[in-house]
Design a protein. Structure first.
Length: 198
């Protein structure tokens, strides 16, 4: 009949919980407290996609998930230094001419900025051109001085023609392809243009 093997257990040393139990347990407890103090409580997040960001040194906070297709960007004015971006912002451009005066016009636009890149879509209607001439000038939602960009406009009400739009400081400048004045009574223009803002 087989006999069970005999095991010889090593004598525990002074660091073992078995021999120095009380001190070792206290030491372990302190280590756990210290470790737990550096961990972020999972209750800080509430929903799928939430992020943890800092509002100050050793101060975590919840940043709620953004809307679909939005993007995260640095924003020093926000509590966490971050914000979700991606929304189109409406603006009302002003419309003038390089020479003379436009009697009646209207305009609408939207713009979106991603970092140092911005994009604007603008519609302009020249109801009565008056003495307007030279260049058709439409205010931009940002200062475009960081670089010069060019795009095309299309006339939508009368001719269906096309011409050029260029950035210039805080404006968009519309001319014909031959650098002539593009507008007349009843003309409508639409264009989209991308440009650098800083």
């Amino acid at each position: 009949m087989a006999t069970s093997p005999i095991y010889n257990w090593p004598e525990p040393d002074n660091t073992d919980l078995v021999k120095n139990g009380a001190l070792a347990i206290r030491t372990l407890g302190n280590a756990i407290d210290t470790t737990m103090g550096t961990m972020v409580d999972k209750s800080i997040v509430d929903a799928k996609g939430d992020l943890i960001a800092a509002t100050a040194n050793d101060t975590p906070a919840r940043l709620a998930v953004g809307a679909n297709n939005y993007f995260l960007q640095a924003a020093s004015g926000e509590a966490t230094g971050l914000k979700w971006g991606g929304a189109w912002t409406s603006y009302t451009p002003t419309v003038t001419a390089a020479s003379g005066s436009i009697t009646t016009s209207s305009a609408s636009g939207v713009h979106l900025q991603i970092g140092s890149f911005a994009f604007a879509i603008v519609q302009v209607t020249i109801t009565t051109n008056g003495t307007g001439g030279g260049v058709l000038i439409v205010s931009a939602p940002h200062d475009t001085s960081a670089n010069s960009s060019t795009a095309l406009w299309r006339e939508t009400n009368v001719t269906g023609g096309m011409g050029q739009v260029q950035t210039s400081g805080t404006t968009f400048r519309l001319t014909t392809s031959g650098n002539g004045y593009p507008a007349a009574n009843g003309y409508g223009f639409v264009f989209g243009i991308g440009y650098r803002v800083n």
